[in-house]
Design a protein around this ligand. Sequence first.
Ligand SMILES: *Cc1c(COP(=O)(O)O)cnc(C)c1O
Length: 392
Amino acid sequence: MIPTPLPPDFIPFNRPHLAGPELEYIRQAVAAGKLSGNGRFTQRCQQFFEQQYGMPKALLTTSGTDALEMAALLLNIQPGDEVIVPSYTFTSTANAFVLRGARIVFADSLPEHPNLDVSRLEALITPRTRAIVPVHYGGTACDMAAVMALAAQYSLWVVEDAAQAIEATYHNRPLGTFGHLAAFSFHETKNLSAGEGGLLAVNDPELATRAEIIWEKGTNRAAFARGEAARYEWVDVGSSFLPSELNAAYLWAQLENRQIIQRQRQRLWEAYESALTPLAAAGYFQLLPVAAEGQPNWHLFALLCRTEAERDALLAHLRAQHILAVFHYLPLHSSPYYTARHDGRLLPHATRFGQTLVRLPLYHDLQPEQQQRVVAAIQAFFQLPGSSCAVS
Ligand SMILES: *Cc1c(COP(=O)(O)O)cnc(C)c1O
């Protein structure tokens, strides 16, 4: 357990960062007299993505989860439809489609990285398959050329789960602009944050009009506000997906400062990499490979331990040193909710990442001496000179 109250030298796994103008922008939103959604800050954020990322339509949502749920509504996913999702991901990647009655067909990860193994995707496609949901784990790109080619061949939708992938690229194009739809997250733990928040990228222009209606609770309010509709009325299904202007104001400050935020993350990430590569080379653990075909976004720094017992011992060792490192997903195919629904295929790589992966503290205001303490604690655990800790 995390000790309470926290000791003064405690290093958390994550801490929210104020880039600077957040509180001023929130003040401006209040002063403007509009706190509900789709106001000035929401529009600034959406325009940023439409102009800088080239998305035909970008819609802010209350979370990445909501963006995925919007995608499932927009694609008319029906009971009995099949959706291919990696097992090593967050529940929302699958849940959004389960809520519409879909059956999830879980895909295994690559041997060396949690991203789905695209070379084994075709075998999972059946006549009932409607969509593929690649997750860019840690902001590292999936092989989108192969995913999109397969989707075109079988007439499937692609929804990128780009929740962790803001500012990362594949072949010099931002992740989240390849699939017909893509979901981003601005949860507190992501690179850019609104506390809670998300974005649905509508990359297929034919989906744009309906996306806006679903976003506005099934009404044509957005078109009406632009003077494009004579009456404001109920025209389709929908729900409440708009975030408040308070969240959008916070997010706008982060978007404006994204380069500073990303540079700091890169510095911290590279400091871990250079300090820990010798231990990885000595075989104590593995580091995740970085995609050759794109620029990462340094979302997380992970180690793969040799065994589950060693991983748990390392986490306990770090906790004893007042450092909170954490594991990540327990594979969804073997989760309490899905085990009985899963088709029984073994997914050994996803299982291994569930057992051995460790994420180290990585946040903007992590101080160099704190990072050195994390590195020293890991070195000590693996019994390097000067250490006193051992694992058998
Ligand atoms: C964070 C995350 C989500 C969910 O985003 P929220 O904004 O927390 O709802 C979905 N998928 C992945 C891969 C994530 O990392």
